[in-house]
Design a protein. Structure first.
Length: 308
């Protein structure tokens, strides 16, 4: 039995995976098939079940864990699987075998995060940041940053925020006019609402709160409540709220306001940079040299070339 990362082209193998996506299709000859995305703790991979029966459709559902006999093939420069046979696993499953881990250990990321927090000198900003973070802390350490686009793995949100803080630190060296405490505070707060918006690191879905409120409004409310509790200066509260409200940078991307402070603009740019670079690297890791990735919808539908 192998892991996804160990599969070899044209070598039939057996893997244990969880189904994280499944859609039905119909061939030109009117036969049903299933498009799937499978996951174990080494990665995700596209798979197909041709000539899908009712039994196949009932078993290959999102969230089900299966032992699959597969033929790995290369299609348009990327490996995908043809499912030959499968068995549902009904007994207890170690979730660690199914959750993708971050490229950096959670412990290391946690240490780096606290180092950045210790650099926040403004006590009012630090109070808001630390209290809100503490309210979500246990979930935050292992939560994904997104459902599918970027940092969509266990501790992905933590990894995303630490990466952004590192980018911010480098940028502040070049542009000392940026208020570090406000930028660091905004980075740490901006996506914490995703802990309520998204269900968790396995078969991540939007929650009811995520669909009805969204992560931006969730954290804006938290900022108001904590600030009122500690009688924080009104303008400082407004500046932190603005960081969260404006971090998507454009109305069409979900921000109710555009960035109108230097720090809010920098937060938007850093957030965009880190998420886009991550998406490109993830796509390039799934193709062979001298091949293009699949088109990436979140990057204007562009495909990226993997050169030597």
């Amino acid at each position: 039995m192998s892991k996804i990362k160990d599969l070899k082209e044209n070598v039939r193998d057996t893997i244990v995976c969880i189904v994280i996506e499944c859609t039905k299709g119909i061939t030109n000859s009117h036969n049903a098939y299933l498009n799937l995305v499978l996951q174990d703790n080494t990665g995700k991979i596209d798979a197909k079940k041709w000539d899908a029966s009712e039994k196949d459709m009932n078993a290959l559902k999102v969230g089900n864990v299966l032992s699959l006999l597969v033929d790995p093939i290369i299609y348009k420069g990327q490996m995908q699987l043809k499912i030959i046979d499968f068995d549902e696993l009904k007994g207890p499953i170690d979730q660690k075998e199914l959750i993708i881990n971050p490229p950096v250990s959670t412990t290391e990321l946690e240490t780096e995060l606290h180092s950045f927090i210790s650099e926040i000198q403004d006590q009012e900003i630090r109070t808001i940041v630390t209290e809100i973070l503490q309210n979500y802390y246990d979930q935050f350490l292992y939560h994904p940053a997104a459902k599918s686009n970027h940092h969509e793995y266990a501790s992905g949100l933590l990894h995303h925020e630490v990466s952004m803080l590192k980018l911010a630190k480098a940028i502040i060296v070049l542009y000392p006019e940026i208020q570090k405490d406000l930028l660091y505070g905004g980075i740490i707060l901006h996506d914490l609402g995703k802990i309520k918006e998204l269900s968790g690191p396995i078969t991540t879905e939007y929650t009811t709160a995520g669909k009805l409120l969204g992560h931006i409004s969730i954290i804006q409310t938290d900022i108001i409540e904590v600030a009122k509790k500690h009688q924080i200066t009104e303008e400082k509260v407004m500046l932190l709220q603005h960081m969260v409200l404006a971090h998507h940078g454009k109305y069409e991307y979900g921000s109710p306001v555009l960035p109108h402070t230097l720090e809010a603009e920098v937060l938007y740019l850093i957030d965009n940079m880190d998420s886009r670079i991550h998406m490109i690297i993830k796509a390039l890791n799934n193709v062979e040299v001298n091949s293009f990735t699949n088109k990436i919808p979140a990057l204007e539908g562009r495909a990226f070339y993997k050169h030597k």
